[in-house]
Design a protein around this ligand. Structure first.
Ligand code: 4AD
Ligand code: MG
Length: 459
């Protein structure tokens, strides 16, 4: 059966990123108008479709008079289907231009609030759902996607099995002060602060595992590094001690940075990132003990005593001395969570490390070796005032074939902020949850009071 001649003459629909395949030929592009310059004789239309952007050019004689007039009415973010001939052009961003032949309007757009001029951050955050259409936000979220893919690829290639952890949990993992509480029928439950405790169970089943998902911290701090909801990737390894844990982390982070440099150069360039700084991120990373870190900070004039935890400013001073991430290891046990293994040679410090990113981006990874002795762990749970019943199952892991094990958690948004060179973490996630903001447009009002609830039995 012969095909209809009409089908053969219809131009193919192409993504903007693929137009190179059709050089010299007609294509249809489905997208939105980003920007327009017009004179009486010619329209220059910048079109975007999510895959990229391309300039469409229409002189008065190239299209019908109605079409030329229609193009003149287009406003920013009008959705369109444009037909044109692809032309290679070295000067064009992306290397191609579209010589327009027709344009159909799909949805109009009037007075799009975000214009190419500068806007204040509050205004942009109120319009986050629309701000996501702009070039920098595209670049950031593409880098985020690449980072996530790189994490998964590296872990998959190194024998880790992805086994996700629950989000509704009966007990705290990272201290009780940052818990988001919710009702779980007649019980009290919390949004997960970390999947680690569950990872420890799955690591005893599968050896090397990781989970990746949203985690929640009711952080009452308004900083450029904190979100209330962030995504954490958490690998956990049976039969691994803290030294191996750090070796894995430095390989993992070096791979992620190299992968973004390789695959997302254009996006880093769009963001104005100085990539020479990222090129230095090669394992091994320096290791600084907490003791050395305290001395360094004291020399730099910081009022810090042995036993105090570090804040953002201290982390910046420490990281500034290095051109790649630095491990600060062996923190005092009292600064850290209940599950950390104390160093048998020096029980006042934990076998743990934080990885601090260079250029003032702060802690990107927290990790360590876990307490694998049941009796000691039970004491630690008691010392931290945690409900013993909620940890019965966790203590079982030490009863049935306990082994030394270690792991870490890397906050994806902090890594995106660092690799993209962003001033603030809020742009690293499509819809950031911050201290005073739950959705675009809506600033928080006090929640309704909740009734009494009881602690759920552990699982
Ligand atoms: O150091 P943290 O609290 O470690 C844990 O949660 C461990 N249980 C992880 C593990 O060993 N499996 O958090 C880990 C990382 C931090 O280094 C930081 O990158 C990120 O999570 N993070 C945050 N990111 C954004 N906003 C916040 N409020 C964050 N809190 C932690
Ligand atoms: Mg930490």
């Amino acid at each position: 059966m012969s095909e209809s001649p009409l089908v053969e003459t219809l131009p193919p629909v192409s993504l903007i990123s693929d137009v190179g395949r059709y050089d010299g030929q007609p294509v249809k592009i489905k997208g939105w108008l980003r920007n327009k310059r017009s004179s009486g004789k010619i329209h220059f239309l910048i079109l975007r479709d999510g895959s990229g952007q391309i300039q469409g050019v229409a002189a008065r004689n190239d299209v019908s008079p109605e079409c030329f007039e229609r193009m003149g009415t287009l406003q920013q973010e009008t959705s369109v289907i444009a037909t044109g001939i692809v032309r290679a052009d070295e000067r064009a961003p992306g290397g191609y231009e579209l010589s327009l032949r027709d344009l159909e309007i799909v949805g109009s757009s009037e007075n799009f609030p975000i214009s190419p001029k500068e806007h204040g951050v509050d205004f942009l955050m109120d319009n986050r759902h629309l701000w996501l259409r702009s070039a920098n936000q595209h670049a950031i979220l593409r880098v985020r996607h690449e980072i996530i893919k790189a994490c998964e690829d590296w872990l998959d290639a190194h024998g880790f099995l992805r086994i996700d952890a629950p989000i509704l949990t009966p007990a705290a993992c990272e201290g009780t002060t940052t818990l988001f509480e919710t009702e779980y029928f007649e019980y009290k439950a919390f949004l997960s602060q970390s999947g680690q405790l569950y990872n420890e169970a799955t690591a005893m089943a599968f050896g090397r595992v990781y989970c990746f998902g949203p985690t929640f911290r009711a952080e009452k701090s308004k900083t450029r590094r904190h979100l209330m909801e962030f995504w954490m990737i958490e690998p956990e390894m049976a039969f691994a001690e803290q030294e191996e844990n750090m070796e894995v982390q430095e390989q993992f982070v070096s791979y992620i940075v190299a992968r973004v440099l390789e695959k997302r150069k254009a996006e880093l360039c769009q963001l104005g990132r100085d990539t020479s700084k990222l090129e230095k991120v090669i394992a091994p990373f320096p290791r600084l003990s907490y003791d050395e870190a305290v001395l360094t900070l004291q020399k730099a004039g910081k009022e810090i005593q042995w036993g105090n935890d570090f804040g953002g400013d201290e982390e910046t001073v420490l990281a500034e001395q290095f051109d790649r991430p630095v491990f600060v290891h062996s923190y005092p046990v009292r600064c850290k969570a209940f599950y950390m293994k104390a160093d048998p040679r020096r029980p006042e410090v934990a076998r743990c490390a934080d990885l601090l990113a260079p250029e003032g981006y702060g802690e990107i990874i927290g990790g360590g070796q876990r307490e694998d002795d049941g009796t000691t762990l039970e004491e630690r749970i008691k010392e931290h005032g945690l409900p013993r019943e909620a940890f019965d199952w966790y203590l079982d892991l030490r009863k049935y074939g306990t082994v030394p094990h270690s792991g870490f958690g890397m906050g994806i948004e902090r890594v995106v902020a660092w690799i993209c060179g962003l001033e603030h973490i809020r742009e690293t996630i499509p819809f950031p949850r911050m201290l005073s903001r739950l959705t675009p447009h809506t600033h928080l009002t006090p929640a309704r009071p909740t009734g009494p609830s009881v602690q759920a039995p552990g699982t």
